[in-house]
Design a protein. Structure first.
Lengths: 159, 159, 159
């Protein structure tokens, strides 16, 4: 393994770590910037994903749509003061190395309600395509594949 | 830390990530190939492990036994359409570097039932010995030490 | 990314992995040694942390106080024979590189009771400052920020 391959690997680790902290720290305004301008972002169930159904609980085809989503979330502001904590593991490069990379990773989100109740809110995998833009890697495609086909209707937050 | 030590570390990360995705993607036919031919695979409780009791909820002493287990699972096919998601963290090399390495890592498995119910199915640690075979690292010994001494009787799936 | 930056990153991964196994293996006597002599260790809620309230569920301002805590735990020994399993992810260097580093990471702790019942015991983030002492990195400051403001009163164990 070359130093370049090692460095690449750690850059990707950083991308995933930054993304997670952005969400968990409720810095949603930074969130769209993890994506390319022409990105494709989707949250779907494993069932739909495996059946190639182009449905999504959340669906966006540009960074601007992600920005609109954040604005809507901030204006609505109806959600309870709950907290989310993402755990991500087992990041894996599935395709050939290059300026575009296919990746998969597992995630788990724990939600803590104000009364202290903690539950596994979501579990699943990220199926991603990242692209290098200057010094940074960005998500060209991020498909959040949930193990469950049901999801709490409060799923307004990005995953 | 030398480039060799760094590369080794990332190769091991890859091994653990590949293993996890193999299981979570239900590609069980690939699973035995993560092990050496004369492997030792065991799932046991922490209680039994610490008391040096050679018991196991699952027990195999060769790769062929793992293949048999996969065949049996595929033929039986009685299990509900549930999904498993592994999270692995804190991989640590515990012994001396060489062509055989002792490793430990923590894991958590979340199970999602078809009705959407998610639970922590298993938590514990992997106590492993890996061996290099050509370009790949393989598990010579994998002991899955469960924190719980009870486990859902559906534990037919590998961990 | 230079080989030095890569090596640093892996050294930090090792620090976090060692710490976790020390706790989960109940080797608490080793725990204070992860800290500098003049360390600051605190377990607090996200609510208090964000409001800059200097409160803590656990609070120590030196390594000796951590040792006292371990002694007290061993003598009291009132806790049930439960097991804890830490999962850590998304380690991120937040400040400038140097001999002192600011870091953040997410964690999740699963508790397994003797009857096999498993629950998410704690979730949150580590907000840390580490310092190099010879060959090792040590925690100069570790703030354990819990997502929940309630915590099981059994929280005598370190996190």
């Amino acid at each position: 393994m070359s130093i370049e391959a090692v460095a690449l690997r750690l850059e990707l680790d950083e991308l995933y770590a930054d993304y997670v902290h952005c969400l968990d720290d409720d810095e949603l305004e930074r969130w769209p910037d993890f994506f390319t301008e022409d990105c494709f972002y989707r949250v779907t169930s494993a069932e739909n994903y495996e059946a190639n159904r182009p449905l999504g609980l959340i669906y966006a085809t540009s960074r601007n749509m992600l920005k609109d989503r954040v604005s809507a979330l901030r204006e609505a502001n109806i959600y309870e003061p709950q907290r989310y904590r993402h755990l991500v593991s087992s990041l894996r490069i599935t395709g050939e190395p290059g300026d575009v990379l296919d990746l998969v990773a597992n995630f788990l989100v724990v939600r803590t309600m104000q009364d202290g109740d903690m539950t596994v809110f979501a579990a699943g995998r990220y199926v991603d395509r990242v692209r290098r833009e200057g010094e940074r890697w960005k998500f060209g495609t991020r498909t959040v594949v949930l193990d469950s086909r049901q999801i709490d209707t409060l799923l307004a937050i990005p995953l």
